[in-house]
Design a protein around this ligand. Structure first.
Ligand code: FAD
Length: 450
């Protein structure tokens, strides 16, 4: 009989923690999970899932508009926000229940409460101590709002999901994917939106040409983008809020949403009672096998930095379980991870941006195409699709696929398999398209743009 209560004690029932717990239990380990807030973590409760549901809601504005050109006269009243919000919340509650069942049927003990380290083998939850041979930190992150005067008037994405009512005008501060998605979502839901970002163009790290085209598309849809701008103070007014900007301008708004990054959620975790160390950005430092500086303690998901995506946390959780209890010793492969931004229109991307590919491969060919979607030939919608392939000249391998257009995430997921398998441009060229689709253009790009 082991000297410990459990083989593995997981802190956090989010994407990574649930996957690691469930798989470890399936491989024979005695596992417990402590969860302080909500089953399913960020993704299920205040992340991917509710955001995607709101994004579906936001697309209707455009569909209502386009419908007239197809012979449908649709008159629509303003959005019933409480109905959308509450339907979303009901679905989240259903998912919370499913997560509970998944853990229960896998034989994982669920402990409700905030876990804190006593030492490298012991945690405290609600005054009760639990010991384990190994402890996994899968606590995720929390929105970070910088210390601007009047910061208490700003909300984060967490609160946006539960607003009492939508304002007439909202300001989104930030230039990452979460800020950009919410700017599009609020705009689609009928709110006038200004997005403020301190650098010259949002979505740093994504392909620059794609970012530029997205900015045009968002402006067409009525989002006011203010780059090279920042908020210096937020004041409460009778009607809402007044933002003082670095440029000297001021802006009146009904809601101030800060999406300016997330920090690991480690403040009250008792890490000082262990040897766990942080990296220079404040994330938990781990080896390739997710082991921290305290040998019995592991960490994965958003709390270790990296790509901060649910499928990445899932892959890490699965990898750790197989390593610890399945005898499989293989690192997670972080190259060619596809991702989507659910802005309007969507961005889907896998592999390297043009800028990154030039640096990594040197000689590259770039193929691009921008065109009107067949659907919009009947409408007055000026929206254009933009597609881009990046090819390493030496190997002919396609090393980047980027799309700005409807359902780009759905399209790019399929291409990601080909890219991971090492598809060359010659293979793209001999693949027959599906006509008439937008994605067929990816296999008919013959002349390099650069
Ligand atoms: P989390 O899912 O955050 O889970 C951590 C859990 O630990 C939480 O439930 C928390 O309550 C719990 N916890 C924390 N401290 C303790 C403690 N001391 N004791 C007990 N429990 C504790 N990713 C995508 O792939 N696609 C998307 O479209 C996408 N959209 C997003 C939109 C938004 C607005 C946000 C904020 C994130 C989005 N993400 C998306 C990112 C994704 O949600 C995260 O990458 C993912 O949830 C990380 O999983 P995790 O297991 O590391 O942590």
């Amino acid at each position: 009989m082991s000297q410990f209560d459990y083989d593995l004690f997981v802190i956090g029932a989010g994407s990574g923690g649930v996957r690691a717990a469930r798989m470890s239990a399936g491989l024979g380990a005695r596992v417990a999970v402590a969860e302080a807030r909500y089953l399913g973590g960020t993704c299920v409760n205040v992340g991917c899932v509710p955001k995607k549901l709101f994004s579906y809601g936001a697309h209707f504005t455009e569909n209502f508009h386009d419908a007239a050109s197809f012979g449908w006269d649709v008159s629509h009243s303003p959005l019933d926000w409480p109905r959308l919000r509450d339907n979303k919340t009901r679905e989240i509650e259903r998912l919370n229940g499913i997560y509970g069942n998944i853990l229960g049927s896998a034989g994982v003990a669920l402990i409700n409460g905030h876990a804190r380290f006593i030492d490298g083998h012991t945690v405290d939850v609600n005054g009760k101590t639990y010991t384990a041979e190994r402890i996994l930190i899968a606590v995720g992150g929390w929105p970070y709002i910088p210390d601007v005067p009047g910061r208490e008037h700003a909300i984060s994405s967490n609160e946006l999901f539960y607003l009492d009512k939508l304002p007439e005008h909202a300001t989104v501060v930030g230039g990452g994917y979460i800020a950009t998605e919410f700017a599009g979502i609020l705009n689609g839901l009928g709110v006038q939106v200004t997005q403020i970002y301190r650098r010259s163009l949002f979505l740093r790290g994504f392909d620059e040409e794609v970012r530029g085209h997205l900015a045009e598309e968002m402006r067409h849809r009525g989002v006011e983008l203010r780059f090279n701008e920042n908020v210096s103070a937020i004041e409460k007014t009778a009607e809402g809020f007044r933002l003082q900007l670095d440029s000297g301008d001021s802006l009146d708004t009904g809601l101030v949403l800060y999406a300016t990054g997330r920090k690991p959620l480690i403040d009250d975790l008792g890490l000082e009672n262990t040897a766990v160390a942080l990296d220079d950005k404040g994330f938990i430092a781990v080896s390739d096998s997710f082991q921290t500086a305290e040998p019995s303690v592991y960490a994965l998901g958003d709390v270790i930095g990296g790509m901060e995506l649910t499928p990445v946390a899932l892959a890490e959780g699965m990898n750790l379980a197989r390593r610890l209890y399945g005898g499989v010793d293989q690192p997670v492969d972080y190259e060619y991870i596809p991702t989507a931004i659910f802005c309007q229109p969507n961005i889907g991307t896998v592999g390297y941006s043009e800028e990154q590919a030039r640096e990594k491969f040197g000689e590259i060919s770039v193929f691009t195409s921008q065109f009107r979607h067949l659907k919009h030939t009947l409408t007055d919608n000026p929206s254009k699709v933009f597609l881009k392939l990046i090819v390493d000249k030496a190997s002919d391998r396609v090393v980047g696929v980027h799309m700005l257009g409807d359902e780009a995430g759905e399209v790019i997921q399929g291409f990601a398999v080909a890219i991971k398998a090492g598809a060359t441009k010659a293979m793209f060229d001999t693949t027959i398209g599906i006509h008439p689709t937008v994605a067929e253009e990816f296999v008919t790009l013959r002349e390099a743009t650069r």
